[in-house]
Write a protein that binds this ligand. Structure first.
Ligand code: PLP
Ligand code: COI
Length: 344
């Protein structure tokens, strides 16, 4: 790592870029993928006409590596990230990154920066960012002539300020993230540029992120700017919003499996009419690779704050249990009966 491992204060890392020694780069030209290689430079030189710069022909993924007690470095369900990138590339008319190339990219960077994987128990993890951009000389609106697939890593701590399992706030603001048949269900870079203003508006209201309602009626829960939503209802069931314009989260899928298969809760994915059902919600949580499971203490909508997790000071017991189960599996502290982790 550029920053010596010894000089990193693991327990105080936030979610910021820390440069590491090597990243993986592969080019797609004339219809074929090159082998790819590890390279030292964090900079990229691209043609000024590159479609990524003008027309946002870009997509990315995010996953984490964690160090287990026995020293193994574990990836969490990387196959699902690869599949999701495949769905996104199809939607953006980009070439598919074959699973062998995706995994080679991810594993070679993690191995190369193995010395940079945060130690077990430090509370930090190695965030992995695979991405694909359309590059090369171009002017009109059409797919790029060439593509670059890159993977870099950065050691990270908690995504939200406050750290670990602290309560966050969300705010419903008057902007939509995605249209029903638009890009919402894909990890397209364009979704995130569109969300910057929404995040800023939510933060000016005292929240960490925006909470989106469905763009057609503004009634049904969608997701937060960088995380899906899971709800523990007062009747004891777990519910997650169904929508065709949210990103299908790897974390959410895992959390819902843990809720049903380990905690024995009844689980469902269905439309959730926020104001009609808000009084039935006991624990509200945001989940994602970066967000892990973040309990939501309160949500602002139309000048009113709605509170969850009791009085909003405590973390609900179900959210706590799900957080423990998920993170223990991810860190290799609990037997991985689902076969979700993969040692690099
Ligand atoms: N929703 C959005 C918009 C995201 O950016 C992310 C982060 O990847 C998620 C949800 C959570 O997805 P995952 O659990 O696969 O990281
Ligand atoms: C992730 O959780 O991996 C994401 O991609 C969210 C990102 C906005 C940091």
């Amino acid at each position: 790592m550029n920053q010596s491992k010894k000089s990193i204060d693991w327990s105080n890392l936030g979610f910021s870029y820390v440069e590491t020694d090597l990243r993986f780069s592969a080019r797609w030209r004339d219809g074929v993928w090159g082998d790819g290689e590890l390279i030292p430079s964090a900079d990229m030189a691209v043609h000024e006409g590159s479609p990524v710069l003008h027309y946002a022909q870009a997509c990315f993924e995010g996953l984490k590596a964690q160090t287990a007690p026995n020293g193994d470095v574990l990836l969490f369900r990387p196959d699902l990230n690869c599949q999701r990138m495949g769905r996104t590339t199809e939607r953006l008319l980009m070439p598919t990154v074959p699973e062998s190339l995706f995994m080679r990219g991810v594993e070679s960077v993690v191995r190369a920066d193995g010395a940079g994987s945060p130690p077990h128990g430090s509370g930090a993890s190695l965030y992995i960012r695979p991405f694909l951009i359309g590059v090369g000389e171009n002017l009109g609106l059409r797919p790029a002539p060439e593509y670059e697939f890159r993977v870099f890593v950065s050691p990270v701590g908690p995504y939200y300020k406050g750290g670990g399992l602290s309560l966050i706030n969300l705010a419903v603001i008057d902007l939509d993230r995605a249209a029903p048949k638009g890009l919402g269900a894909f990890k397209a870079a364009a979704n995130y540029a569109g969300g910057l203003l929404a995040t800023q508006m939510a933060q000016s209201l005292g929240a960490q992120e925006a909470l989106y309602l469905d763009p057609a009626e503004h009634r049904f829960l969608e997701e937060a700017g960088s995380a899906n939503i899971v709800l523990k209802m007062k009747d004891g069931s777990m519910v997650t919003p169904e929508s065709e314009s949210i990103l299908p989260s790897v974390t959410r899928r895992s959390v819902m499996t843990l809720a049903s298969d380990v905690l024995g809760l009844s689980v469902s994915e269905r439309p959730v009419d926020f104001l009609a059902e808000v009084d039935d919600i006991d624990e509200f949580a945001a989940c994602g690779t970066a967000a892990v499971i973040s309990p939501v203490g309160k949500i602002r909508m139309a000048d009113h704050w709605y509170h969850f997790h009791g009085d909003g000071e405590m973390i609900g017991p179900t959210t706590q249990k799900l957080y423990d189960l998920l993170t223990e599996i991810q860190r290799g502290e609990r037997e991985d009966t689902f076969g979700w982790t993969r040692a690099v």
